[in-house]
Design a protein around this ligand. Structure first.
Ligand SMILES: NC(=O)c1ccc[n+]([C@@H]2O[C@H](COP(=O)([O-])OP(=O)(O)OC[C@H]3O[C@@H](n4cnc5c(N)ncnc54)[C@H](OP(=O)(O)O)[C@@H]3O)[C@@H](O)[C@H]2O)c1
Length: 166
């Protein structure tokens, strides 16, 4: 059983602004979709409210402290990260934590793999990740993209694999 994290951050560690992702990078979203398709995805309530629909082809689990929080059909509610991970592992070996800040921080000590996109710009926003130390992990550059008509920012995609899980 394994736990993976996936996120995109700017150089200054921003992942969100005003409840949204403050960039539009279609190919980066394609990477997110390809990587998570078929796997359960776990997210905080605010990350869910960014799209308020089920991401198709994946079991969607939303974490909230509100036991009566109303979700669109097809999405499951969990009261904690541990409950969400237990649910997700019922029918999948690999589960993805897809945000936000609190859940990346809480899940990192248990994670085997982190897919990290670094957008090559400083971007304003209040959802900020702390600096994660991947120096003991095995890091591979798995993709990069230049600025083009559809992508206002260049980015690089890294996969960090925890050393003992190789
Ligand atoms: N760039 C990226 O890769 C990426 C990825 C994901 C999200 N984002 C962005 O990040 C922002 C949202 O992230 P966020 O960090 O602000 O919020 P979040 O983690 O998505 O959601 C926070 C909510 O999760 C619930 N929660 C938090 N801790 C909990 C705990 N210990 N037990 C149970 N429930 C708990 C609470 O919901 P209740 O208040 O309902 O109890 C809390 O309000 C948005 O701007 C989004 O677009 C970016």
């Amino acid at each position: 059983m394994s736990i993976s994290l996936i996120y995109a951050r700017s150089l200054n560690h921003c992942i969100g602004k005003d409840g949204r992702i403050p960039w539009h990078l279609p190919d980066e979203f394609g990477h997110f979709k390809k990587t998570t398709l078929g796997k359960p995805i776990i997210m905080g309530r605010k990350t869910y409210e960014d799209h308020e629909s089920a991401l198709p082809g994946r079991r969607n689990i939303v974490i909230s402290r509100q036991p009566d929080y109303k979700l669109v059909p097809g999405i499951e509610l969990a009261a904690s990260l541990d409950d969400a991970i237990a649910l997700a592992h019922e029918n999948s070996d690999e589960v993805f934590v897809i945000g936000g800040v609190h859940f990346f921080v809480e899940a990192l000590p248990q994670a085997n793999c982190v897919y990290e996109t670094i957008i090559q710009a400083n971007i304003d926003g209040e959802a900020l990740l702390p600096e994660f130390d991947f120096s003991d992990w095995q890091t591979t550059l798995i993709g990069e993209h230049e600025v083009d008509d559809c992508h206002a920012y260049a980015y690089k995609i890294y996969r960090h694999q925890r050393a003992e899980s190789n």
